[in-house]
Design a binder for this molecule. Structure first.
Ligand code: AP5
Length: 221
């Protein structure tokens, strides 16, 4: 399956991606994770990406398109498809993705749009905590680890907050992404392609709807 996860910052893309990967084994391609990895490794890409991410701005299209193109050429993607998370985020990215997939004889099977009201995003992102050992994502109030202060995935005890989850940066990220997300919804408006999911329930409730809809899509492929 070749899937795209679409949604505003904090809609729950990363949270749902983890469950989708567990259930379907499809390779997860998160441009945000790729940039954060490059920042951690202090590569040239990381330095460039960080200069945008720390301000809540988008990394330029040509940089982002380049890293995704390379990733899509890897064998695991050729064999098992992809789950793109946070890409495409601009019309240019959507068009370039389309060209790259077409030239490889591939196409997008479904675009899962996690729909949430903008007013919940600020509290979701400013309360997000991440396991320092394995990167699993939680929320201090809405999605805490089941055993207090212990990661349910790896047993890790240390959690941190993302630099770009400061209130002023979150505000900028939401502003930038709102109209771009609408543009993408128009771009992927084919009713056979777009799968809208209510992102306001608990993570488990949202995944139940995601799973029902992916199973239906899978059966139609
Ligand atoms: P990226 O990492 O992709 O950030 P984002 O799109 O802003 O999305 P987030 O990761 O913040 O949120 P999410 O939707 O994954 O929510 P999550 O599941 O964590 O990108 C970071 C930056 O990199 C961008 O700002 C940009 O600079 C750059 N970048 C990335 N891609 C780019 C591109 N294509 N082009 C250019 N630049 C790019 O959930 C959030 C919180 O809510 C968590 O605490 C979670 O536990 C909680 N939560 C999740 N679901 C629920 C629920 N159902 N109920 C209650 N709480 C929930």
């Amino acid at each position: 399956m070749n899937l795209i996860l679409l949604g505003l910052p904090g809609a729950g893309k990363g949270t749902q991606a983890a469950s989708i990967v567990d259930e379907y084994g499809v390779p997860h391609i998160s441009t945000g994770d790729m940039f954060r990895e490059a920042i951690k490794s202090e590569t040239e890409l990381g330095k460039e990406a960080n200069s945008y991410i720390e301000k809540g701005e988008l990394v330029p299209d040509e940089v982002t398109n380049g890293i995704v193109k390379e990733r899509l050429e890897e064998n695991d993607v050729k064999e098992n498809g992809f789950l793109l998370d946070g890409y495409p985020r601009t019309l240019n990215q959507a068009e370039v993705l389309n060209e790259n997939l077409s030239s490889a004889g591939l196409e997008v099977d479904g675009v899962i749009y996690i729909k949430v009201d903008t007013d919940v995003l600020m509290e979701r992102l400013t309360g997000r905590i991440i396991c320092a050992d394995c990167g699993a994502t939680y929320h201090k109030l809405f999605n805490p680890p089941k055993v207090e202060d212990t990661c349910g995935q790896c047993g890790g005890k240390e959690f941190y907050q993302r630099e770009d989850d400061k209130p002023e940066t979150v505000k900028r990220r939401i502003e930038i992404n709102e109209s771009l997300t609408n543009d993408l919804l128009n771009y992927y408006s084919d009713p056979d392609l777009i799968i809208t999911v209510n992102g306001l329930g608990t993570p488990d409730e949202v995944f139940k709807e995601v799973k029902e809809k992916i199973d239906k899509l899978k059966a139609s492929l």
